[in-house]
Design a protein around this ligand. Structure first.
Ligand code: SAH
Length: 215
């Protein structure tokens, strides 16, 4: 089935998101051995025991992130670099971090070949990011976290949105959307300035602390 049609049937409606999904060749992000399945709606194995997410989940998370062209976006969990490539079509700047150097290096190369010049790939631990990275309008976590660390929420600008799969390793997680409220909002004291919604059940590989020792 045609890739866009498949995503539309699954309920993706945002034209800009559908266009971005069409513009990024997923076959360039999967392992050669799985290339025949590049446009099937399945997650596929990549190096370092990780996975490239299912296209529907990539499109859904991108849609739910509510991107604007001027946004500065952080992704935690570069993996193949596919999600970062999709984000780069819809935002001004994407910083993506990966704890495996091998995956980060390969993703950087692919993104460079595709001239995605507004993406920066860093080998770094999403739980311990350098302060210099600054604040982001949008944050997308693509690995399962048992809870979202305060330090990550504090990376959001006012009205900033963070998406993360929250739940136990190996089980089902709930995709959570966390929005940073304006500082003078009345609900501030109760919610510490963040509004949280549950979106969808998802399954991601776990977020692990530290840069991977294995390459
Ligand atoms: N977004 C990716 C798929 C993500 S798979 C894509 O489009 O292909 C999840 C990735 O998160 C894995 O590559 C894993 O190594 C990485 N990861 C897990 N914990 C991390 C952490 N603390 N910091 C950075 N990356 C992490």
């Amino acid at each position: 089935m045609n890739f866009q049609l498949l995503l539309r049937r699954r309920g993706i409606v945002d034209h800009a998101v559908l266009k971005a999904m069409d513009e990024v060749p997923r076959e360039d992000f999967v392992e050669p051995i799985t290339r025949d399945d590049a446009y099937a709606d399945v997650a596929l194995p990549i190096a370092c025991g990780q996975t490239i997410s299912q296209p529907f989940v990539v499109a859904y998370m991108t849609e739910q992130l509510q991107l604007r062209r001027y946004h500065r976006v952080l992704e935690i969990g570069t993996g193949s670099g596919y999600q970062a490539a999709v984000l780069s079509h819809l935002a001004a700047e994407v910083v993506t971090v990966e704890r495996y150097r091998t995956l980060a290096d390969r993703a950087r190369l692919r993104l460079r070949r595709l001239a995605r010049d507004n993406v920066e790939v860093l080998t770094a631990d999403g739980f311990d990011l350098p302060d210099e990275l600054g604040l982001f309008d949008r944050v997308m976590v693509t690995a399962a976290m048992e809870e979202v660390p305060e330090s990550l929420k504090e990376r959001l600008t006012k009205d900033g949105v963070l998406l993360a799969p929250v739940g136990p390793d190996g089980g089902v997680q709930v995709l959570m959307r966390i929005r940073r409220r304006a500082p003078d909002s009345a609900a501030d004291s109760a919610s510490q300035g963040f509004a949280t919604e549950e979106l969808l059940e998802v399954r991601f590989v776990p977020a692990l602390k530290g840069i991977a020792r294995q390459l």
